[in-house]
Design a protein around this ligand. Structure first.
Ligand code: SR1
Ligand code: MG
Length: 427
């Protein structure tokens, strides 16, 4: 793994310093035929933490990501160590080995400059933006379910030897700063009276104050947070929302795993589903006289169903054929029917519990993106207060998921509830 103990002295790159940096790195320089005279550099980052430069000439292009010792969204006020880029690089490398088609290639990492150089993805766009436009991605469910099954299974005790797994858990457990952000922004602040929270006021006040005083809901969120803190099931991307995925009609690439840490598998699946659900609930606000967006909403529900079904199928195949790790190692079981029956029961039980975790994390993500500090474009692009407040009523769906003792038998029960709740909001 890349050494992350050295504290870099990173200064923000500009066009000139970036060019001279590339000139000093023969393998990068070669990508531009050792001639930087036609190279254009643009800062294209739109994330909350880092800067991203697009470096291109007529023949080649690179993405260069720089982490400075503060978070971009704070404008320098919130200090963060640059070490986060080493965690991101190591997570990317691991995921690239497990799901090569769905992760960008890495060309170069420089600890001192806190710089990561990657394949520039073109003509890919950020999936969240595509969904706001109403673009369908016919192959996405297949891609992301493979990514999830391979990466979660491949970093779990079902696949890894305990010594290797513990070594990886120990390394990523040092990603404390970014984990602290996740813990605070997802599980803490939205559920208390925090100055960092914001929502459409006064329309949503009553709902927000009520959820912040809902003991059942707060207990469920506390349980989910406890699992996040204690269950090192697999290496998580840990910020797998639609803004961390770049897509075309035929390709999907997962980027930005800077929050990577070992945690419960349902966290990654839930964050993804939660963000797709947010987009589902905001569709009425994008409707116009040419497109009521109803078919796009159907597309989203189908997409979630296909992701879950694809994931469980692929994960089960891996579980049946590749259990070479410390847990449920295949050598401990014979081919006899009763053994195989017990194993089938075990994986079905595991996936059933995973669905409950995933829907719980999805609901928590929906709440924090609506009333917490870090909002999402799907909601923020809605300029009309009344329309936006209507969409923010997704809160009632999320709250009912968390406070119900509902044990979803399958993903369709969860999706049916979403579609019923949306109908109630619209009537
Ligand atoms: C300070 S970072 C805020 C949020 O942006 C990232 O994408 C994560 O979701 C984080 O919670
Ligand atoms: Mg990000």
């Amino acid at each position: 793994m890349t050494d992350s103990t050295i504290q870099p002295i990173a200064e923000a790159f500009n066009e000139e310093t970036l060019k001279s940096y590339i000139a000093g790195q023969p393998h990068l320089h070669k990508i531009f035929n050792n001639d930087l005279s036609q190279v254009q550099i643009t800062e294209i980052g739109d994330g909350n933490l880092n800067f991203v430069f697009f470096v291109t000439d007529q023949n080649a292009a690179l993405a260069m990501k720089q982490a400075l010792p503060y978070s971009r969204m704070s404008g320098g006020a919130r200090l963060l160590t640059c070490e986060r880029l080493a965690f991101e690089t190591n997570a990317l490398k691991k995921f690239k080995r497990l799901a090569p088609q769905y992760v960008p290639s890495i060309y170069h990492f420089d600890t001192e400059q806190s710089l990561l150089v990657m394949e520039f993805l073109t003509p890919h766009i950020i999936m969240r933006k595509g969904m706001i436009e109403g673009i369908e991605y016919p192959e996405f469910a297949d891609h992301i379910s493979t990514y999830l099954a391979n990466c979660l299974f491949g970093t779990s005790d079902f696949s890894l030897q305990p010594s290797k797994k513990r070594e990886m858990v120990a390394y990523f457990s040092r990603n404390v700063e970014l984990c602290e952000i996740t813990e605070r922004l997802i599980f803490n602040e939205p559920f208390i009276n925090s100055v960092n929270n914001r929502w459409t006021r006064p329309a949503l006040d009553k709902q927000v104050f009520s959820l912040q005083n809902n003991a059942v809901l707060k207990m469920r969120v506390a349980e989910l947070k406890y699992k996040f803190l204690t269950r090192s099931e697999a290496l998580l991307h840990a910020d797998l929302h639609s803004g961390s995925i770049m897509v075309t009609d035929t390709e999907s690439k997962v980027i930005d795993p800077e929050f990577a840490v070992f945690g419960p598998m349902g966290f990654d699946i839930g964050i993804l589903i939660g963000n797709l659900m947010i987009n589902y609930f905001t569709q009425p606000a994008y409707a116009n006289k040419n497109n009521n967006r109803l078919s796009y909403q159907k597309y989203i529900l189908n997409l979630i169903e296909e992701i879950w079904d694809g994931f469980t199928k692929k994960f089960t195949i891996l579980w049946q054929s590749q259990r070479h790790g410390g847990a449920y190692n295949s050598s401990a079981f014979t081919e006899e029917a009763d053994m195989q029956k017990a194993l089938n029961k075990a994986i079905n039980r595991y996936l059933h519990n995973l669905l409950q975790d995933s829907t719980g994390y999805a609901a928590t993500e929906m709440i924090r993106r609506t009333i917490g500090r870090a909002h999402v474009l799907d909601i923020d692009v809605i300029e009309n207060d009344v329309l936006r407040a209507d969409c923010e009523k997704i809160l009632s769906f999320a709250v009912s998921i968390l406070e119900s003792k509902q044990d979803f038998k399958n993903i369709r029960c969860f999706l049916q509830k979403a579609s019923n709740d949306l109908r109630k909001v619209n009537n």
